[in-house]
Design a protein around this ligand. Structure first.
Ligand code: AGP
Length: 613
């Protein structure tokens, strides 16, 4: 998820662009850049880091032009640095482009363009687009025609702004699957384009929203919209009523709730281009260089902290059941100090981390590397320390996670662990049929997640009913034992309720002594291989008069008899059930925190990335 901005009009573009980028930093903030048409040239200034780093660089080299485009990046392909930052330019430095999205066929297009002599500067998928336009913008062919031809070749998602010396008084935009909005200056002598209205609000509330596979042409004469077949499209002008705060959080009161609601799209992005259901394969390009070494791996260790460690714990069940590889998940903070015994000939270590900068996980990774073990990363932040120091890995593509409490990144981590289980399983004994079944069920998850999100209001009323308790016990078994711990962690870290997560089979070995009518129990009791055991646990809890909130599978009416409150989730494969079952607990914790008067986005004592030990 990145932020793009474009401007054309009477003002100096640089100031408008920087202001817009600052409003979009929540969409991505690892590098930024601007391109301005300045005295007959495309002047480009880029910088790794935050928008302020770019502004500092511009202060030493101000750009005077009155039309330009800009970008703040959340890297998906290629490390965050000056070269990979957008805008990207063509070989002749006469076209500049900024892009938000993922070009899935960037590899094939890049090879074709390189064969035609194009010289690439960056590792990004986005740069392919600008060279593709250049490829078609030959001779006196109208730039517009070259642009639409290039966009027709692209597979994947894009929200772009592009400008060319061929038409110096014009900025083009186009979208497919990524957001794009055009702002109409109040005097209609200036026009804006951006990833979302946050970047425009200081200048106008009058906007038009292009649809997928539409192109917009901004010039001082006005805005035209047309299809990829260059058929003009009539667009209505809409007025933005949102406040800036609302726009940044997408009308959600907190980023945490916004990110919970992004989860259907997050699963789509985590598996985009990676599932071959027909052949029952997971296609993980980030493992290509170590694919043969992975065939010989006979033991896996997963190292991580917090929610990432719990995602790894779910992965442990997946990898053992479906790849049949002995797997242990370990707290990174313990692993790194306990002198682990590792055999580099037959073992691999997987580091799971949203930020890629967690000190303990980095320490554990370095411990593994010192022993010569193959290391893999399951990371969100491209270019982060863990992403750079692992031998290979799989990015989770969850986009920036602003809320301190991890939700969408956790879900994407679990989803990628499932892809890993298929990938490694199909290297071993997993059948094509089983692989295909898992792939198809993963593809069905976004719709099922949506059905859970529709229960937000109901889950809020349940959360408000339990918010006054000072303790809670979360119970789950097998794949859902880590879900119980993650649900408890969420309630601890944002509602400050002392919640314990436990493998339900352990309840009789101590925790049951805690239970009475003042100690509610949240039980994951969805239909799976351990359902009957969970049912018995709930009956044992009821016998101690503890209130019970149960997660149950849609249609399981029996649970109403057993529990005080029931939240239903759709049926899925047992190995994928944590991806659905964790969501009610995320929503529950969020509303419990709000009911108790706390800010879920900024929980006390916590940081988004624990970069110290
Ligand atoms: C989860 O809600 C917490 N914010 C925390 O446990 C987090 O998962 C942990 O600090 C690991 O962070 P990482 O994924 O960036 O390594």
């Amino acid at each position: 998820m990145c932020g793009i901005v474009g401007y054309i009009g009477p003002r100096r573009a640089e100031g408008v662009l920087l202001d817009g980028l600052r409003r979009l930093e929540y969409r991505g903030y690892d590098s930024a850049g601007v391109a301005v048409l300045d005295s007959g040239d495309v002047a480009v200034v880029k910088a790794a880091g935050r928008v302020q780093d770019l502004a500092d660089r511009l202060s030493r080299r101000p750009l005077k032009g009155k039309s330009g485009i800009a970008h703040t990046r959340w890297a998906t392909h290629g490390e965050p640095n000056d070269v990979n930052a957008h805008p990207h330019v063509d070989c002749g430095s006469s076209i500049a482009l900024v892009h938000n999205g993922i070009i899935e066929n960037h590899g094939a297009l890049r090879r074709r363009l390189e064969e035609h002599g194009h010289a690439f500067r960056s590792e990004t998928d986005s740069e392919v687009l600008v060279h593709l336009i250049e490829e078609y913008a030959t001779g006196d062919r109208p730039f517009e025609e070259a642009l639409v031809r290039a966009l027709k070749d692209a597979v994947g998602t894009f929200g772009i702004a592009v400008m060319s010396l061929k038409e110096p008084e014009v900025i083009y935009g186009a979208k497919r699957g990524s957001p794009l909005v055009v702002g109409l200056g109040n005097r209609r002598d200036e026009f804006f384009i951006a990833s979302d209205p946050a970047a425009l609000l200081a200048y106008t509330r009058e906007v038009i929203y292009p649809d997928d596979d539409e192109v917009v042409r901004l010039s001082v004469e006005g805005v035209e919209t047309f299809s990829l077949d260059r058929v003009p499209q009539e667009k209505s002008v809409e007025s933005i009523s949102w406040s800036l705060d609302e726009i940044e959080r997408g009308r959600f009161p907190h980023f945490m709730l916004k990110e919970i609601f992004e989860q259907p799209e997050v699963v789509v992005n985590a598996v985009r281009g990676r599932l071959d259901a027909e052949n029952g394969m997971a296609v993980l390009g980030g493992l290509r260089d170590v694919e043969e070494r992975l065939r010989g791996v006979e033991r896996l260790t997963v190292v991580a902290c917090g929610s990432a460690c719990l995602a790894g714990a779910i992965g442990e069940y997946m990898l053992e059941e479906y790849a049949e590889i002995p797997t242990e998940v370990e707290l990174a903070s313990e692993f790194r100090y306990r002198k682990p015994v590792l055999d580099p000939r037959r073992e691999a270590v997987i580091a799971v981390s949203q930020s890629g900068e967690t000190a303990d996980t980095i320490g554990a990774l370095r411990e593994a590397r010192e022993k010569g073990v193959l290391t893999l990363g399951v990371v969100n932040a491209v270019g982060s320390t863990i992403a750079r120091e692992t031998d290979a890995g799989v990015f989770i593509h969850a986009g920036p996670e602003i809320a301190v409490a991890s939700t969408k990144a956790f879900l994407a981590q679990v989803t990628v662990m499932a892809l890993l289980a298929v990938f490694l399983g199909r290297q071993r004994r997993m059948s094509r049929v089983m692989g295909g079944r898992i792939c198809r069920e993963i593809l069905a998850l976004p719709e099922k997640i949506g059905r859970i999100l529709e229960q937000n209001d109901r889950i809020r009323s349940v959360a408000e009913k339990y918010a006054h308790y000072s303790s809670a016990l979360y119970l789950g078994r097998k794949y859902n034992a880590p879900v119980a711990l993650e649900g408890a962690l969420k309630l601890k870290e944002i509602a400050y309720i002392h919640a314990e997560g436990y493998a339900a089979g352990e309840m009789k070995h101590g925790p049951i002594a805690l239970l009475d009518s003042s100690f509610p129990v949240m039980a994951v009791a969805t239909r799976d291989s351990v359902f009957e055991k969970m049912k018995s646990n709930i009956e044992e809890v009821r016998a101690r008069r503890a209130p019970v909130l149960a997660l149950a599978t849609e249609g399981d009416e029996e649970m109403y008899r057993l529990a005080d409150d029931v939240i239903y989730v759709p049926k899925t494969l047992e190995m994928l059930s944590p991806i659905l079952n964790v969501i009610p607990f995320q929503i529950f914790a969020y509303h419990a925190a709000v009911a108790r008067g706390f800010d879920p986005d900024k929980p006390r004592n916590l940081a988004k990335s624990v970069t110290v030990e």
